[in-house]
Write a protein of this length. Structure first.
Length: 149
């Protein structure tokens, strides 16, 4: 199944919500550190509730460590970005894809953006800046799972 990758998340409630989503959809979350909050059960439980224990979470100490791991595993990196041109619903997902979501405040740096194998966007009404990252993650993983069965 496709997995979710979170690049240095900053808001524990968003991360907890995504972990809950991942537990319900049976997908793994790869958390690329450092996070903008202490990674403890207490900080995540408020949003993730009792689903946190059921979530599959893999922590990566840095972007470099994550990127080396995913290249070794030969997994495509699909970045959700407001700078992308291709709508997420018009992209063809594969079962081993990693859907990368950037920081709430600033997305991902240019080197991470350039490392992605593909970039997709969730089209929005003109003048709107971005969606909440947990909402974005839910929409994207839903489409990827629909396509990959």
């Amino acid at each position: 199944m496709p997995d979710i990758a979170l690049y240095q998340p900053e808001i524990p409630q968003n991360t907890g919500t995504i972990l809950r989503l991942a537990a319900c959809m049976d997908v793994t979350v790869h958390l690329i550190e450092p996070a903008g909050f202490p990674l403890s059960d207490h900080t995540l439980k408020r949003a993730g509730m009792d689903y946190i224990e059921r979530a599959k979470l893999t922590r990566h100490i840095s972007w470099q460590a994550f990127n080396e791991w995913r290249q070794t595993c030969n997994r495509r990196l699909i970045l959700l970005s407001t700078k992308a041109a291709q709508p997420y619903t018009q992209f063809t997902y594969e079962k081993d894809d990693l859907l990368l979501i950037g920081r709430e405040s600033s997305g991902v740096p240019e080197d991470v953006h350039n490392a992605a194998d593909a970039r997709v966007i969730i089209p929005m009404k003109n003048g709107m800046r971005s969606l909440n990252m947990a909402v974005t993650t839910g929409m994207a993983i839903g489409e990827a799972l629909r396509q990959t069965g």
